[in-house]
Design a binder for this molecule. Structure first.
Ligand code: ATP
Ligand code: MG
Length: 180
C-alpha cells in the first residue's frame, strides 16, 4: 500500500489543478522557500480528515481555500484527492485503487468521497484506521513530532504504538458500544 497520486485544486497556493505522482519508495519534494512544499503535506493531512486548522498552519479552516493573489481571483472551493494503491487489499474495500476526496466551500460546507461516492468523514476514518496513514498515524511526521515521541508525553507515545499495533479500530468500536 502506498500513495500513488495527489490531485490538488484550489487548496492553499494551488490555484490551478495540480497532479503529483508518487512511486513506491522515496519521493523527495524540493523547491524554494514559500513554493508550496509544506502545502503538499498539508493537503495529504487535510484529505485524510484533519479537523484542526492549527495542524494545517492556519487560523480558520476556510484559509485552506486558495485566497487569490494580485493577479488571480480567490477560489470558492478547495478539493484534494489522494489515490492510494490497494493491490494488497490492506484497505478493507475491494478496489485496487482507492481515491479519497475532500471538498470544502467558502460557506464552510464539506464533502467527502471514496472512489467518487459521497461518504461521511467517519467512513474515511474507518477506512484508514490501523493502517498508519491517518492523521494520528505515523505516515506524516510533522515538525516537533519526533520530539513529542521521545518526550515524556506517554499518552501521545501510546497512541502511536496502538496505531502501529492495529488496535485502534477495536478500541474505537468498544468505546462506541459502551456509549450506546
Ligand atoms: P519553506 O521552504 O519555507 O518551508 P514551503 O515550500 O514549505 O516553504 P509552503 O509553506 O508550502 O512553502 O507555502 C507557503 C505559501 O503558500 C505562501 O506563499 C502562502 O502565501 C501560500 N498560501 C498558503 N495558504 C494560501 C491560500 N489559502 N491561498 C493562497 N496562497 C496560500
Ligand atoms: Mg515548508
Amino acid at each position: 500500500m502506498y500513495f500513488k497520486r495527489l490531485e490538488i485544486h484550489g487548496f492553499k497556493s494551488f490555484a490551478d489543478p495540480a497532479v503529483i505522482e508518487f512511486n513506491e519508495g522515496i519521493t523527495a519534494i524540493v523547491g524554494p522557500n514559500g513554493s508550496g512544499k509544506s502545502n503538499i503535506s498539508d493537503a495529504i493531512r487535510w484529505v485524510l480528515g484533519e479537523q484542526s486548522a492549527k495542524e494545517l498552519r492556519g487560523g480558520k479552516m476556510e484559509e485552506v481555500i486558495f485566497n487569490g493573489t494580485e493577479s488571480r481571483r480567490a477560489r470558492g472551493m478547495a478539493e484534494v484527492t489522494l489515490v492510494i494503491d490497494n493491490a494488497e487489499r490492506k484497505l478493507n474495500v475491494d478496489y485496487t485503487e482507492v481515491a479519497v476526496t475532500r471538498r470544502m466551500y467558502r460557506s464552510g460546507e464539506s464533502e467527502y468521497l471514496i472512489n467518487g461516492n459521497n461518504c461521511r468523514l467517519k467512513d474515511i476514518r474507518e477506512l484508514i484506521m490501523d493502517t498508519g496513514i491517518g492523521v494520528d498515524g505515523y505516515s506524516i511526521i510533522g515538525q516537533g513530532r519526533i520530539a513529542d515521541i521521545i518526550s515524556n508525553k506517554t499518552e501521545s507515545r501510546r497512541k502511536i504504538f496502538e496505531e502501529a499495533a492495529g488496535v485502534v479500530a477495536y478500541k474505537t468500536r468498544r468505546a462506541e458500544a459502551v456509549k450506546k
